[in-house]
Structures are given as structure tokens and as C-alpha cells.
Design a protein around this ligand. Structure first.
Ligand code: 13P
Length: 254
């Protein structure tokens, strides 16, 4: 059985006092569980606070992005080594909001992925099609292009120890979750594409689903053979919801 992961993505949300309340509840409700890892990816200024709040708990933490550069004259950037220094174990790269709003190309995302790995972070490579692309029937083409930016240039070995996240853009923050069949089909396609390069890496690779995951639908999604956990936006801001999603991942392993 692959390791299950449930990772919260707070996006542009949080405050010192709110984080303390939220993480106090999350930490109390999310147990350490063999075969599962749980984490929250928070805005950079809160990393020091979150490190203090979560140290020693069953919940890890990470960044929502990672500079493709390690050091130098790159105003506004935060490097993988800086994230690691604040105890981060995860870094998200290629989130659709970075791609569409901030112009991260497949090439830039691949460089960020490599940088996160250089810093020994668990890189979470996000891929996903827009509604227009799904309706045009080019979902697999889009997923292949986004995955190949890493797979072709860095090799399947680069995915060893990393995570993939399938996040259909039309399901993010919309309340419209992909059906379990749609999620499974996309995950199986992604795993199959990695397997063509390296069957062992593909088999071990956790692929997370993201897009309107909540306590009410987590168990059915995680029951799919190629869905190994979730990347959680809105529901990660509600302690009971997030904890229940983590429990669904634990139950899947049982
Ligand atoms: P929602 O769970 O709010 O749909 O967001 C998903 C997401 O983008 C996680 O990275």
C-alpha cells in the first residue's frame, strides 16, 4: 500500500491568532498514523509560528511554492533551503493558481520542482486541466504535457519520494468535485505515464486528488485504487473537516 497523504493548502488565508486556534484543534484531532502523512502548506510569514505550534505533532508543514533559484538577486522569492530551515517537509509547485494567475509555465514549474528536491523537500507537483480543456477532450494531453515537463527532462527518478497532485481546475473552490470515476481515470493515466519510464517509481508514487474535497466525499475518493490522499483547500481551514479527511485517509489504510 502506498503512503497516504492529506495536505492542506491554506492559500492566501491566515492570521497569527486564527492560526493558533485552527492548528490547536487540528493538532488535537489528527493522530500520528503509520502509513499516512499529514501536513499544512501555509503563507511564508507564518512558517515560524506554525513550526512552533506543530513541532512534535502528527502534522507536518510546508510552503505553497518554492523558488527555482537557490540564492541571489531574486526579489520576492523564497528558496527551498529557507523552507527547510523553517522545518518544512512539503513544498507545492505548479498549483493551477500559480500557473494561471502568476504565469508559471511548465518549464518554470519543472525548475521549481527540481529546486524543492535539491532542498530535500517532499515536492508536490500539481497538474490539472481547465473546464474548457476537459470539454474539448484534451484532458490527457494537458496532463501529459504538465507531467512530461518533469518526467522527460529530470527522469522518473525525480519523482521518487515526490508527490503528484491531480487538481482539475474546474473543481477547485467551486464545490464541484470530480466524480470518483473521473479522478480515478486521471490518476491511472498519470501513473501509467510514469510507469512507461519506471514501473517501480510509478507504483510507489502517491497521487493526491485536489478540488472541493471535504469530509463528506473524502472516503469515496480515497477508496479509488489510484487516489492516495488529498490536497485540501477550503476544508483545510476548518479543523473538524480537515481532521475528518485525515481520518478517511487512515481508514483507507486499515
Ligand atoms: P479547494 O479544496 O478549496 O477546492 O482547493 C483545492 C486546492 O486548490 C488545493 O490545492
Amino acid at each position: 500500500m502506498r503512503i497516504g497523504h492529506v495536505v492542506g493548502n491554506w492559500k492566501l488565508n491566515g492570521s497569527l491568532s486564527g492560526n493558533e486556534t485552527l492548528l490547536g484543534s487540528v493538532k488535537a484531532a489528527v493522530p500520528k498514523a503509520a502509513g499516512c502523512r499529514f501536513g499544512v502548506c501555509v503563507p511564508y510569514p507564518y512558517l515560524a509560528q506554525v513550526k512552533d505550534l506543530l513541532a512534535g505533532s502528527g502534522v507536518e508543514w510546508g510552503g505553497q511554492d518554492c523558488s527555482r533559484f537557490d540564492k541571489g538577486a531574486y526579489t520576492g522569492e523564497v528558496s527551498g533551503a529557507m523552507l527547510a530551515e523553517f522545518g518544512c517537509t512539503y513544498a507545492i509547485v505548479g498549483h493551477s493558481e500559480r500557473r494561471t494567475i502568476f504565469g508559471d509555465t511548465d518549464g518554470v514549474v519543472a525548475e521549481k520542482f527540481a529546486a524543492a528536491r535539491r532542498a530535500k523537500l517532499t515536492a508536490i507537483l500539481c497538474v490539472g486541466e481547465t473546464l474548457e480543456e476537459r470539454e474539448r477532450g484534451v484532458t490527457e494531453e494537458v496532463l501529459a504535457r504538465q507531467l512530461d515537463a518533469v518526467l522527460e527532462n529530470q527522469g522518473a527518478a525525480a519523482l521518487d519520494g515526490a508527490l503528484l497532485a491531480y487538481e482539475p481546475v474546474w473543481a477547485i473552490g467551486t464545490g464541484r468535485t470530480a466524480t470518483v470515476a473521473q479522478a480515478q481515470a486521471a490518476h491511472a493515466f498519470l501513473r501509467g505515464r510514469v510507469a512507461k519510464k519506471d514501473a517501480r517509481v510509478a507504483e510507489a508514487l502517491p497521487i493526491l486528488y485536489g478540488g472541493s474535497v471535504k469530509a463528506a466525499n473524502a472516503a469515496e475518493l480515497f477508496a479509488m485504487p489510484d487516489v492516495d490522499g488529498g490536497l485540501i483547500g477550503g476544508a483545510s481551514l476548518v479543523a473538524e473537516e480537515f481532521a475528518a479527511i485525515c481520518q478517511a485517509a487512515i481508514a483507507r489504510k486499515g
